[in-house]
Design a binder for this molecule. Structure first.
Ligand code: B12
Ligand code: SF4
Ligand code: SF4
Length: 399
């Protein structure tokens, strides 16, 4: 479906026409109609943004600052540079010099289930809400779903409809994985504002939303950028006050290497002991700075059969997670974002949550892990276990 696979007339255009003439040869998009296509594909909201975006230089400078401060940790892809030394994802026109617009789509996963900050059983862990999702099959059964796949399918259906209507042009569809600052672009497209917790907040749907981007070679009819949503955080600082590891170092500035979502999902190996206590009961991702946000209180519950809540993943017992064998882990999280973290990293996170629980009943399981021969790729499990045992006051002299 993509033009680069079928080199045709368009590829010759830049050689024989000026950029302005080349743009004129591409049919402009009607922003309202494209938004409608996205809503029909199942997105909660969508907006078409002409490129280059006005806020591009500011967003690029913010990313530069983030990278220079070393906040990327092991997420080296965020700091990738082009031959000219510029950050690839800093501006959309770097990886996509042909792009004239980008469609930003949003899908709500707001549910009625409890929040991570609500009172819970001392033995309950926490898996981030975005990873609870399942899709409802026609026979009534449920299967784990992953927003990357669910949204990409929707984006591709919009892309196909546009190609069917307008012929060949270049386009790229991404959910999370593209060299795009999705939140900055979504804010520029008027889908919300960037809150002090760094999340994009939609005035009605809050921040429990996924983002997806369709980069397009076609310009926007009229060329006008959508209206942006003004910052509505006001004097609130709940997210900054609630972050247990101090990852939100200032409003809208995160040291990602301190964020529990980074530590539990992206970080491979040993968890820095000085951050382990702050991780509390979170075993995969973290929802705290969104759970305390007043804009998520009144957001409507999403009605999405592809992103339904798997109730077994809400407040899961640490014993249950610890008792999963590798095969059970694979079966339970096949098709789920949790699979990304891997079996041993999940056990590492569970061990830390046990240490933070104050419950002595976990000591036998923790000690048993020390008897296990450490495989080559221990992934920080043994160190986490030792930390947990000492926190529970149960480390043996030989331990
Ligand atoms: C790397 C990454 C992470 C890292 C780092 C997060 C971070 N804040 O940088 C970690 C692992 C910690 C992480 C955590 C989470 N992530 Co994440 N993550 C990403 C990813 C892949 C790249 C983000 C990035 O480029 N970071 C670098 C910083 C510099 O960029 P940024 O955060 O986008 O910040 C820009 C704006 O905030 C802007 N900005 C700053 N100040 C201001 C002020 C104003 C006025 C404006 C307009 C803009 C602005 O400046 C920055 C650059 O220009 C994006 C997908 C994508 N391609 O964008 C998803 C993404 C941001 N993550 C997402 C989610 C769901 C999460 C979690 C909720 C998951 C969880 N429950 O555990 C947490 C939320 C933590 C939090 N408070 O942000 C969603 C966010 C949706 C939303 N509504 O905001 C995204 C968009 C994925 C998706 N496709 O849906 N994530
Ligand atoms: S996701 Fe958790 S650790 Fe990360 S900034 Fe928010 S509250 Fe802090
Ligand atoms: S908790 Fe308050 S400061 Fe933080 S993002 Fe929400 S409204 Fe903004």
């Amino acid at each position: 479906m993509r033009a680069e696979k079928e080199p045709a007339q368009r590829e010759l255009l830049p050689h024989i026409l000026t950029q302005q003439q080349a743009d004129a040869a591409l049919q402009p998009l009607d922003a309202g109609q494209v938004r409608q296509l996205a809503l029909e594909a199942g997105f909660t909201e969508a907006s078409l943004l002409p490129l280059p975006m006005e806020q591009g230089a500011v967003a690029d400078a913010r990313l530069e600052k983030f990278v220079a401060a070393g906040f990327t940790g092991q997420m080296e892809y965020l700091a990738r540079r082009d031959e000219q030394g510029r950050l690839v994802r800093g501006r959309l026109e770097r990886p996509f010099p042909w792009a004239r617009s980008v469609l930003l789509c949003m899908a709500s996963y707001h549910g009625a289930a409890p929040r991570s900050v609500d009172a819970a059983d001392a033995g309950a862990g926490w898996i981030a809400r975005y990873a609870w999702t399942a899709r409802l099959e026609p026979d009534g059964s449920r299967r784990a779903s992953d927003y990357h796949k669910v949204l990409l399918k929707r984006l591709r259906s919009v892309e196909s409809a546009l190609h069917a209507e307008l012929g060949q042009f270049q386009s790229r569809a991404y959910v999370d994985t593209g060299p795009i600052l999705e939140r900055a672009a979504a804010a520029a497209a008027g889908l919300g504002w960037v809150g002090k917790n760094t999340c994009l907040i939609h005035p009605r749907h809050g921040s429990y939303t996924f983002l997806a981007a369709l980069v397009l070679e076609l310009p926007v009819a009229g060329g006008q950028a959508p209206l942006t949503v003004p910052d509505r955080c006001g004097s609130c600082t709940r997210c900054l006050d609630a972050c247990p590891t101090g990852a939100l170092i200032a409003p809208r500035q995160m040291d990602a290497t301190r964020c529990i979502a980074y530590l539990t999902i992206e970080h491979r190996g040993i968890i820095p002991p000085e951050l382990a206590a702050g991780m509390g009961r979170q075993v995969f991702g973290c929802d705290i700075c969104q759970d305390v946000c007043p804009w998520n209180r009144k957001a409507p519950v999403a009605q999405d059969t592809q992103l339904e809540t798997r109730s077994e993943l809400v407040n899961p017992q640490l014993e249950w997670l610890a008792g999963l064998g590798q095969a059970e882990f694979e079966a339970l999280f096949n098709g789920s974002p949790v699979r990304r973290t891997g079996y041993r990293a999940l056990l590492r996170n569970v061990a830390i949550a046990m240490g933070n629980s104050g419950l002595g009943r976990y000591v036998p399981w923790l000690r048993a892990q020390l008897q296990e021969p450490a495989p080559e790729q221990d992934g920080g499990l043994q160190q986490a276990v030792r930390w947990a045992l000492s926190r529970l006051g149960a480390v043996r002299e030989d331990g």
